[in-house]
Design a protein around this ligand. Structure first.
Ligand code: NA7
Length: 533
């Protein structure tokens, strides 16, 4: 088949795209992946800012379909940094010989479904046109940066970097006056890493963050052998837990005495992982009283590390519950604010008005003069990667327009009106928020590969969701989401960081295992909720 005529075109060569390519190639399909980047890695290609590292344990942020692949790579520590993660994805691409079917430095700008041929016409930024039966999006949940946010950005006389577009050659920060906007998971990693290097660091904080100290031991050979020996166990358990991590909830909060609760919280807190958030007490996500008590436990821990009550006000959250949006792991993040060269500025009631040539100007006229501005301002999560492409389905329907009205998908695997477009890391599936990404992405890509195999074995050319099937999934998703405290907190989880974005919990919160069961059940029942012909 000519290179411009494919069975399947994959957008993205990150964790999902690599595995999707491998599986479809094994099926004998003419398949090719395209990526804007110059190499594989996705998130781990783009996010090369200082301090970028895992918050999932490395030995579970893994492909679990091939024991040799798993055993062939040895991690140096529990939560490795970006350079090591990028090297690991190079190892995966090399081992599976994937690069020969990936076109790098190529951005997909449009994809239009042709109702006469039942095929997609895909166009690249260089004007290349590709004709494909299946369009598979592996664009990542957090890949469309919120980079153009403030008036005057182009007038700044210094340098501005969004964390997800950090220059490959690095940025010169030593001795400079640096401003960081944003203190989410990304901002925290940047701030704690550069504080000792820059001349002066000003952090502009709109919403304080709960934070848990990371315990990050380096691994000995024995440690590596020990986790590798758990391959089968991890492969069998991870897909079935609530969040795709190796741990699951403790006992019920209500079944424990006050002393027992404190003992559990202390023990889990000291593990230095995301367990306190993702697998301590399920009631944390739904019961206000439990949320209040666990939040106060974490606040106490944070206050105990700060020597200035004024910093409590700036850094310790009080108006939303622990875990109702992303909880970052950190290393001396709070202590950084005790340094003479680090200043926290609240922009909650006095927001950033604009960027001026000299620096950042707040609404009350205060000017912070800077040499470098780091925008750790996050992403248009879940939808942004696809709405920045001109995707057209039946009748010329635009996905960008559809999702600007209402964000709907069928199990995060397809969108009604867009036949043969299969999606990963889009809304209404477990993804990024509340999920170990590799667990979720392997499940979604495996579902897609099995679906295509089923179609090809049965002489079927088209799959698309029914309206009723999609409505049922959206209603199920909303019912669970609306019963949680997560849906009452503002963050990218709810789309509230993007002006005008329809409000809906982007990630499915019924549990990774339950989601998996639902998608497999739909397939086993003749792809219930979908039409195939
Ligand atoms: P996040 O979690 O969306 O954080 C973005 C940060 O930027 C957050 O602190 C925002 O404050 C802040 N922000 C955004 N816009 C502004 C303006 N206009 N003024 C001041 N501050 C602003 O993105 P991350 O990259 O840290 O993390 C994304 C995910 O990547 C993370 O959850 C992990 O899963 C990996 P706000 O809280 O909105 O007040």
């Amino acid at each position: 088949m000519a290179a411009n005529k494919l069975d399947a075109l994959i957008i993205g060569a990150g964790v999902a795209g690599l595995y999707q390519l491998h599986m479809l190639r094994e099926q004998g399909l003419a398949v090719r992946a395209y990526d804007t980047a110059s190499d594989v890695g996705g998130t781990w290609y783009w996010n090369r800012y200082p301090g970028a590292r895992f918050d999932s344990e490395a030995y579970i942020y893994q492909y679990l379909f091939d024991e040799d692949l798993y055993r062939g790579w040895s991690w140096s520590e529990r939560f490795p940094a970006q350079p090591e993660i990028e090297r690991w994805l190079h190892y995966v691409a090399d081992t599976l010989d994937l690069r020969r079917d990936i076109q790098f430095n190529t951005t997909i700008v449009s994809a239009h479904f042709d109702e006469n041929t039942d095929r997609w016409t895909v166009t690249t930024g260089d004007g290349e046109v590709i004709d494909t039966q299946f369009l598979i999006t592996c664009c990542g949940m957090l890949s469309a940066p919120m980079a153009d946010l403030f008036p005057g950005q182009s007038e700044f006389s210094g340098e501005i970097f969004h964390t997800a577009r950090w220059p490959k050659e690095g940025a010169e920060l030593a001795g400079k006056r640096v401003g960081v906007i944003g203190n989410g998971a990304t901002g925290i990693q940047v701030i704690q890493t550069i504080a000792g290097e820059v001349g002066d660091l000003t952090v502009f904080i709109r919403t304080p963050q709960y934070a848990i100290p990371m315990s990050n031991p380096t691994y000995s050979e024995q440690d590596v052998e020990a986790y590798k020996a758990r391959f089968s166990e991890l492969r069998d358990t991870l897909p079935h837990t609530f969040t795709g991590f190796e741990y699951d909830f403790e006992e019920e909060w209500s079944a424990l005495t006050a002393e027992q609760r404190t003992e559990r919280l202390e023990r889990i807190y000291n593990e230095g992982s995301l367990r306190l958030w993702l697998a301590s007490f399920g009631e944390l996500f739904s019961d206000q009283q439990v949320s209040d008590e666990v939040s106060e436990f974490v606040r106490e821990k944070m206050r105990a590390r700060l020597d200035d009550p004024e910093l409590f006000e700036l850094l310790v959250p009080t108006d939303y519950g622990f875990g109702t949006h992303r909880v970052p792991l950190e290393t001396n993040y709070l202590e950084v604010y005790h340094r003479e060269n680090v200043h926290a500025v609240s922009v909650r009631n006095n927001p950033i008005a604009r960027i001026v040539p000299e620096g950042i100007l707040l609404e009350d006229g205060t000017l912070y003069e800077l040499d470098v501005i780091v925008m750790a301002t996050g992403f248009d999560a879940g939808t942004g990667a696809l709405t920045r492409i001109d995707i057209r389905g039946r009748g010329g329907r635009s996905l960008t327009e559809d999702w600007s009205r209402d964000i709907r998908t069928t199990m995060g695997l397809m969108v009604e009106g867009y036949p043969n477009m299969l999606t990963t890391a889009v809304p209404l599936a477990p993804s990024a928020a509340l999920c170990n990404m590799t667990t979720c992405l392997q499940q979604q890509t495996e579902w897609i590969a099995a679906c295509i195999q089923h179609m090809n074995s049965n002489g079927l050319g088209i799959i698309e969701p029914t309206i009723a099937g999609q409505d049922a999934w959206v209603n199920h998703h909303d019912e669970i989401a609306n019963a949680t405290l997560v849906s009452k907190t503002n963050s990218w989880y709810m789309g509230s960081n993007v002006p005008g974005k329809p409000r809906r919990l982007l990630s499915y919160i019924g549990g990774v295992g339950a989601y998996r069961d639902a998608t497999l059940k739909a397939a086993a029942n003749g792809y219930e909720g979908f039409v195939l012909r």
